[in-house]
Structures are given as structure tokens and as C-alpha cells.
Design a binder for this molecule. Structure first.
Ligand code: NDP
Length: 455
């Protein structure tokens, strides 16, 4: 794709200043033409160098995380927190524990988080953090010792009015518990410093469900623009963690038929559909027994397990007949070939539960095909939005009912959808949710930055 002089200039600077961070380059490039459109209409953003300031983190914290394994051996990992932008509220964004974690991946996530949080309608800035620690195969005690060491440093930098981390890949309820325990011990404060907490100690009902539910609500809103509904639609879902599980649960409640799930070892195709009972098995497998996805096919007749082929140029999960796709595993899990396969198989709704799961080639194909394509920063914003609701409940020390949180989440997802849809239309790109999300997210942050001066 040819680049305008603005985009080429911006990207040359980003690449020179942030070498070896391809995911960060990709995330900026995906938003660059949206920013160009806004700058063309608003000279004040150009003068204030808002885009240059937006892609430079306010603060990057990188630290050593030493810990001891069960054999008594010393281990060392690297910890990070990217405090990207606090123009509209305290930094907010998840922690990821995965061996692939590095500075560039967390900067891409933090950059997208700023725009996403702005879309939620709640007062939250953007941040992201994590470690190259791999919780897979570790005992609970090892995970606890790691989390305690990680928080021993992180606690200096976060706080309920400063920076409020949450979970992400590899950081679920267990990890949030250990992190919160150590924060409380060191700071002697019981505050809403993390979200995704247990329900008995400050957590919000529906937070575990929120990202998956939100992504399904977003898909339903997109479908409404074509007078269609999820009921009866066959859906491809990737991942089998937090986001995938609750995406499947909500799809079932909408009468849709999810037929795939995956983990990093391979994927399951269950042509007869993943039912509530099968989902219960999957949740126990992944959340309690921490087993591998192949066991699903061992348990249920007719379900087929296909192992990952690291040499393949595409992911066969995306090569089944369906109408909807919910990528819910990780970044760049849909490449150009996968996107072509999805389109060929009849998929016309893609709602991204994961962050940046589609590479630039895939995004271009979806946009050109004119399908209902909801980018992660809009479609998966329900998770952080409900984290925002958890912060509100913590501030006033009350707990809302399930129905109340669900109603607020649903309202927020509808409002994000409307905002993206109307913004895209106002900028001459009707139906382009990528433009809509980038521009709507940008404008709110940019205006706050203008108001607050050169900081
Ligand atoms: P989990 O750790 O609960 O689950 C992640 C799932 O994706 C697992 O099935 C995992 O398989 C799979 N996966 C992870 N990395 C890879 C990889 N490199 N290749 C293949 N499969 C992989 O994480 P979440 O469900 O919380 O997060 C999933 C996605 O959703 C991420 O992109 C995250 O950033 C995004 N997201 C999450 C939010 C949340 O509230 N949790 C909010 C907004 C976005 P395995 O177990 O084998 O590694």
C-alpha cells in the first residue's frame, strides 16, 4: 500500500526512534491515516504536535524480577510498565505474562489502550505492562513468588489515582490475587489499585465476562446496521482463555453456534457446535486443570483437534464455513491468507476480542470487502470499561448487582459502536470502524491534551 507523505514521514520517525519494535510500528501505522484525516481538519492538533506526543510514552518503567523456583534455583525475568497517556484519567491497562513479552509489544498495547479507553466514555488514561515470565507449567507457589517479586517493584509506580493495572494474557484471577496481596502488604492500603479482583475483596461482578460479552455485543450492534442478528450464525472463535470462554458463553445466549476454540498447541473444530455443557468442560480444563485443548477432542466425539504447524503460512482455524469470526487469542493471528480464507468461506462479521489480531494485509482485505469489521480497540473495550466500573464501585465502596453492571456494559458497547459508526460517517468513511475508532478515540484525548498545555 502506498503511503502519503504524512504517513511516510511519521513512520520513518517511529521506526528510527523505536527500532526492533515491529508491533508498535504496526499499531501506529494502522492508525496513521486516521490521524492524517483529523489533522487535516484541525490545525490546532498539528500545532500542538499531538500525534508526536501521543506515540511517546509519558513514562516507561523496566525492572528486574528475581524469584526462586520450587527447586530452590534463582530465576530472573524482566518486568515492564508503560505509562502511555494520562490526559483523561489515571493510566489503565492490563498486565501480560507471556514469554513473548517485550518493550515493543507492550508499547503497541499501551498505544491502542489510550484510544480504546477514550472510547469507553469513562475517565481512564492508557497503560500496559507485564513480564516475559511464563506461568504455564509453573506451580501456584512459583506463580505467587513471581507475582510478589514483580509487585515489590511495581507498587512504587501504581496507585488508585495514578495507574490501575488489570489482567491480560497469562494474568487471570489467581495472579491478580497474588499481586493485590503483595501491594496491600507493602503499602498497608486496601484500595482499588488493581481491577479483576475477587468478588469478596473489591472485585466487580461481570469483570471476568466483560471482554467476551462486550465483543459479542459489539458484533450484534454491527449486525443491526444490516438488519441482521447473531441468532443461527456459525461463529469461529480462537483462543480458549478468558476472552474466548465468555465470547462463547454470550454467543450461546444469543442463539449463535460457535464451532472452534484453540490454544497455542492447536485448535478444535466441533462441527455440531460448542454447547453450554462442552463450554463447562472447557472452562474446567483451562481454568482449574490448566490442561491442553486436545483433551476437548478426546472427550467429545466428532470434535477434531488439529495441532499447530509452525511452518504453515496460514491458520486452518480460519478456513471453515461460517458467518462470524471472533479472534480472541493474540496479536497477528489472522494474516492476509487467513483473511482471504475467511472472506471466501462467507465470514462477513469480524469482532476482535484480542488486541490487533489481524495484520495490516488482513485489515486492508476486510475493509476493501466492506464486511462488518470491528477492530479490537472498539470491540474488546468492554473489559476495560468494566474495569472502570470496578474502579467506580471501589471509590464509593459499594457493589453493583450483576444486572446493573451488565446493563452498563451493554450501554457502553452500544455507545462505542454508535460513536465509531457516526465518526466514520462524519469523516467520509461510512462503515469503516477502524477509522471511526481511531478518530473518535483520538479527538477526546487530543482535546484534553490541548486543555492541559504542553506537559
Ligand atoms: P488468556 O491468557 O486467558 O488466554 C489467551 C489464549 O490465547 C489462550 O488460549 C492461549 O493459549 C492463546 N494464546 C496466547 N498467546 C498465543 C500465541 N502466541 N499463539 C497461539 N495462541 C496463543 O488471555 P485473555 O483471554 O485475557 O486475552 C486474549 C486476548 O484478548 C489478548 O490479545 C488480550 O490482549 C486481549 N484482551 C484481553 C482482555 C481481558 O480482559 N482479559 C481485554 C481486552 C483485550 P495458551 O494457553 O496455549 O498460551
Amino acid at each position: 500500500m502506498s503511503q502519503s507523505p504524512f504517513v511516510a514521514g511519521l513512520m520513518a520517525g517511529v521506526i528510527a526512534k523505536n527500532p526492533a519494535e515491529p508491533e508498535f510500528h504496526q499499531a501506529v501505522l494502522e492508525a496513521a491515516d486516521s490521524f492524517e484525516l483529523v489533522l487535516a481538519r484541525h490545525a490546532q492538533y498539528r500545532r500542538a504536535r499531538i500525534v508526536d506526543r501521543l506515540i511517546e510514552p509519558e513514562r516507561v518503567i523496566m525492572f528486574r524480577v528475581p524469584w526462586q523456583d520450587d527447586k530452590g534455583e534463582y530465576q530472573v525475568n524482566r518486568g515492564f510498565r508503560i505509562e502511555m497517556n494520562s490526559a483523561i484519567g489515571p493510566y489503565k491497562g492490563g498486565l501480560r505474562f507471556h514469554p513473548s513479552v517485550n518493550l515493543g509489544i507492550l508499547k503497541f498495547l499501551a498505544f491502542e489502550q489510550v484510544l480504546k479507553n477514550s472510547l469507553t466514555t469513562l475517565p481512564m488514561g492508557g497503560g500496559k505492562g507485564g513480564s516475559d515470565f511464563d506461568p504455564k507449567g509453573k506451580s501456584d507457589d512459583e506463580v505467587m513468588r513471581f507475582c510478589q517479586s514483580f509487585m515489590t517493584e511495581l507498587c512504587r509506580h501504581i496507585g488508585p489515582d495514578t495507574d490501575v493495572p488489570a489482567g491480560d494474557i497469562g494474568v487471570g484471577g489467581r495472579e491478580i490475587g497474588f499481586l493485590f496481596g503483595q501491594y496491600k502488604r507493602i503499602r498497608n492500603e486496601f484500595t482499588g489499585v488493581l481491577t479483576g479482583k475477587g468478588i469478596n475483596w473489591g472485585g466487580s461482578l461481570m469483570r471476568p465476562e466483560a471482554t467476551g460479552y462486550g465483543s459479542v455485543y459489539f458484533a450484534a450492534e454491527m449486525l443491526k446496521t444490516r438488519n441482521q442478528a447473531l441468532e443461527g450464525k456459525t461463529c469461529l472463535v480462537s483462543g480458549s482463555g478468558n476472552v474466548a470462554q465468555y465470547t462463547i458463553q454470550k454467543l450461546l445466549l444469543f442463539g449463535a453456534k460457535p464451532v472452534t476454540v484453540s490454544d497455542s498447541s492447536g485448535y478444535i473444530f466441533d462441527e455440531s457446535g460448542i454447547t453450554t455443557e462442552k463450554l463447562a468442560f472447557l472452562m474446567d480444563l483451562k481454568n482449574a486443570r490448566r490442561g491442553r485443548i486436545k483433551e476437548y477432542a478426546d472427550k467429545f466425539k466428532g470434535a477434531v483437534f488439529t495441532p499447530i504447524d509452525p511452518k504453515a503460512d496460514h491458520n486452518p482455524l480460519w478456513d471453515h464455513k461460517a458467518q462470524c469470526a471472533f479472534p480472541s487469542a493474540t496479536q497477528n493471528e489472522i494474516n492476509g491468507k487467513d483473511a482471504a480464507n475467511l472472506l471466501r468461506n462467507g465470514v462477513f462479521v469480524v469482532s476482535e476480542g484480542a488486541n490487533m489480531p489481524t495484520d495490516l494485509d488482513g485489515v486492508q482485505q476486510f475493509l476493501q470487502a466492506g464486511i462488518l469489521y470491528g477492530p479490537g480497540k472498539a470491540a474488546n473495550a468492554g473489559g476495560v470499561a468494566t474495569s472502570g466500573l470496578e474502579m467506580s464501585q471501589n471509590s464509593v465502596r459499594i457493589a453493583w448487582s450483576w444486572e446493573e453492571v451488565d446493563a452498563r456494559l451493554h450501554t457502553i458497547m452500544r455507545s462505542i459502536h454508535r460513536n465509531c459508526y457516526e465518526t466514520a460517517e462524519a469523516y467520509g468513511h461510512k462503515g469503516n470502524y477502524v477509522m471511526g475508532a481511531n478518530i473518535a478515540g483520538f479527538v477526546k484525548v487530543a482535546d484534553a491534551m490541548l486543555d492541559q498545555g504542553l506537559v
